[in-house]
Design a protein around this ligand. Structure first.
Ligand SMILES: NCc1[nH]cc(CCC(=O)O)c1CC(=O)O
Ligand SMILES: [Zn+2]
Length: 331
């Protein structure tokens, strides 16, 4: 008599003929836990008020309670963004009295064991709402940008931040922040620079934080059709001392994630950031945002092309075809 357990026990749904899928013992043996709460980070968008917003936000006096609640849930980290005071020189960026600095302190006081990450950037402080400083002629000022961001990084470390997130996407920023921290005795503060792809998916954040750029932010971000640029930037970040790299938007950089995971010049943890637009899509609160179906559609098709698709099957084919440039098919 055959005493082996049935390969497809009738208590289990028939999922296929593979023995690996069929037997509960084998499935249990091969089971991997998905992400744990400790692997999750909640973005905290700190605003002055509680006006309507397309994404969740907090005020400064809510930070402590919010962080305690997240810690209670086992969430591993928060990433703090905060509205700042704007002027031509982004002066408030390096102020020890900026809301971001107070929020870092409040978060560390509320839950010392929870990792506090920051954004190290100027787009909440510049009048033009761009991530860098410009000179009198509107040209990018590299030296001034690195100087003020170095100062800002130091304020963030002094306030207790565990992981800084250089986000201006300019060469040398990660290295500068590393040097400034080391010189001040903050060798144990980690760096997770942002690798940012130009996208419409940030609109919710920008609306919430009054940060829709008046100038050009795209110039410094990775172009969606240039994956080699992203690889170059990531390798450069590692050379400059990145301990981890943030990829945003998460969905729209999924191919780069796979590519960088396999890149032996980028052997640091890679952390996708599901940005405001992705949250809106997932929660269907997108109806509260200015929806731009065509922009989103083209962006997604670009991703498939970039990932190597020879063709794409889509119910959006008629609209996409109308939008895309007509190039005569070679005979
Ligand atoms: N410093 C750039 C920055 N900081 C936060 C976001 C977006 C985050 C989100 O959409 O959730 C961005 C990208 C941008 O606006 O260009
Ligand atoms: Zn920025």
């Amino acid at each position: 008599m055959d005493t082996r357990p049935s390969p497809l026990p009738d208590t289990e749904p028939v999922t296929g003929s593979s023995p690996v899928r069929a037997r509960p013992a084998v499935r249990r043996f091969l089971h991997r836990e998905p992400l744990l709460p400790a692997d999750l980070c909640m973005p905290l968008l700190v605003r002055r008020g509680e006006a309507a917003s397309p994404v969740p936000t907090v005020t400064l006096d809510q930070v402590g309670a919010t962080v305690r609640e997240l810690a209670g849930l086992g969430v591993g980290a928060v990433k703090i963004f905060a509205e700042g005071t704007r002027d031509e020189n982004g002066g408030d960026a390096a102020s020890a009295a900026a809301p971001l600095i107070h929020a870092i302190q409040a978060a560390k006081d509320a839950a010392p064991d929870l990792a506090v990450m920051t954004e190290t950037c100027l787009c909440s402080y510049t009048a033009a709402r761009v991530c860098v400083l410009t000179d009198d002629h509107g040209r990018y000022d590299h030296a001034a940008t690195l100087n003020v961001l170095g100062e800002q990084a130091l304020r963030q470390a002094e306030a207790g931040a565990d992981i800084l997130g250089p986000a201006a996407m300019v060469d040398g920023l990660t290295g500068r922040v590393r040097d400034v921290l080391d010189a001040a005795g903050y060798r144990d503060v980690a760096l997770m620079p942002h690798l940012i792809m130009t996208s419409r998916m940030y609109d919710g954040y920008r609306a919430a934080m009054n940060a829709a750029p008046k100038g050009n932010r795209a110039a410094f971000q990775v172009h969606p059709s240039r994956p080699e640029q992203a690889v170059q930037v990531a390798r450069r970040m590692v050379e400059e001392g990145a301990d981890m790299i943030l990829l945003e938007p998460a969905l729209h950089t999924i191919d780069l994630l796979a590519r960088l995971v396999a890149d032996d010049q980028v052997s640091v943890p890679l952390v996708p950031f599901c940005v405001s637009g992705e949250w809106a899509q997932l929660t269907h609160s997108g109806t509260r945002l200015p929806v731009d179906y065509m922009a989103d559609l083209i962006e997604r098709l670009t991703m498939y092309r970039r990932s190597g698709a020879a063709a794409v099957i889509s119910y959006s084919a008629p609209e996409a075809a109308r939008e895309l440039v007509q190039i005569p098919h070679p005979r």
